[in-house]
Design a protein around this ligand. Structure first.
Ligand code: FES
Length: 71
C-alpha cells in the first residue's frame, strides 16, 4: 500500500511521534499524524476521536499547526 504522505514535509520535521502533544488526553503526535494521513479531519473531528483540545486547550496551537502542515 502506498502512503500518499510518505514524502510529506511533516514526516521530516522530527521523529517525535511518541511525544505526547496533549497531556490532558495523553494523545501522541504520532496518533494525530496517523489520523491526518487518513484524511478528512479537522480540529473538531480530531478532538472527538482523541480528546485533544477538550481539556485545558494548551495543545490547540500545536494541533492547528499539524493540521495546517498536513494540507
Ligand atoms: S493539553 Fe490538550 S486539552 Fe490540555
Amino acid at each position: 500500500m502506498v502512503n500518499r504522505h510518505q514524502d510529506h514535509p511533516m514526516n521530516n520535521i522530527s521523529d517525535k511521534n511518541s511525544d505526547v502533544i496533549c497531556h490532558c488526553s495523553g494523545t501522541t503526535e504520532g496518533k494525530i499524524k496517523e489520523l491526518l494521513a487518513s484524511g478528512g479531519h479537522d480540529l473538531d473531528s480530531l478532538s472527538r476521536k482523541t480528546g485533544v483540545c477538550s481539556g485545558c486547550g494548551a495543545c490547540e496551537d500545536l494541533i492547528k499547526q499539524l493540521l495546517a502542515d498536513y494540507r
